[in-house]
Design a protein around this ligand. Structure first.
Ligand code: NJP
Length: 225
């Protein structure tokens, strides 16, 4: 069945790859991020009937509200919402970390995810839809002093709490937890890392299950060396 899918952080990396795979699979996508130019050229490539570019800073609740309004106005309904926007640490650990970077990570990786979920719920209850969020391997392991890692521990716990709140509504919640992926998230290339397409296949797997199947968590890691 063709679905309407809203993806935050769709201007590069994992979100962009998920959007491409979704359209290849016959779905329609609303693409959200701050980089309007990148979104516009991706939407162009995917076709105006399949894709809508929406400039949105996810830390701003009113911009997110407008993102949902624009999506439903164009496509009529909303089946899948993927809270994928996120950013990493500018330095390792807490002692050497930059307080402004701590604030940005918490705003985007934690607060914005809760805002996306809050706004998604009424739409997803109507469609018996699916909420996904990008966690991380960093939310499963101890990384010395890592504020980034702790934001992803939040994501792991929050996805479970949200699934519990939505039990009985037909809405499913999935946290999608990658290991290292070669994306602009890093300032240098990561040849041994996963590719964004590897995560996009997991995304498609999660949203393609029958209504009776809840994929609660998908962990996708590079094969250990
Ligand atoms: O990184 P990147 P990934 N408002 O930098 C957007 C997690 N993860 O695809 O606003 C709206 O290519 C930004 O768009 P823009 C990671 O924590 C990654 O790797 O235009 N959007 C861009 O589209 C994150 O949750 C790895 O700058 C905002 C996107 O976020 C997710 O994967 C491993 C925004 C980031 O794309 C996608 O990251 C792992 C804002 N305020 C988890 N701020 C990995 N790469 O190894 C940022 O375990 N964005």
């Amino acid at each position: 069945m063709s679905k309407t899918i809203l993806i935050t952080g769709a201007s590069s990396g994992i979100g962009e790859a998920c959007a491409r795979h979704a359209v290849e699979d016959g779905h329609r996508v609303a693409l959200a991020a701050r980089s309007r130019d990148k979104l516009a050229s991706l939407a162009d490539e995917l076709g105006a009937e399949n894709a809508l570019a929406i400039g949105c800073d996810v830390t701003d609740f009113s911009e997110q509200r407008s993102m949902f309004e624009q999506t439903v106005e164009k496509f009529g309904s909303l089946d899948v919402v993927y809270a994928n926007a996120g950013l990493g640490a500018s330095a390792k650990g807490t002692e050497n970390g930059d307080p402004e970077n701590f604030r940005q990570m918490i705003d985007v990786n934690v607060l914005a995810v809760t805002l996306t979920a809050k706004l998604a719920i009424p739409h997803l209850k109507k469609s018996k839809g699916h909420f996904l969020v990008t966690g991380s391997r960093a939310g499963h392991v101890i990384l010395d002093g890592s504020v980034y890692g702790a934001t992803k521990w939040f994501v792991k716990g929050y996805a479970k709490n949200l699934a519990a709140e939505l039990a009985g509504t037909g809405v499913r919640v999935t946290s999608l937890d990658p290991g290292m992926v070669d994306t602009p998230f890093f300032n240098e290339e990561k040849p041994d890392a996963l590719r964004p397409d590897d995560i996009a296949r997991a995304f498609i797997y999660a949203i393609s299950q029958p209504e009776t199947v809840h994929v609660a968590n998908v962990q996708v890691y590079p094969v250990p060396k």
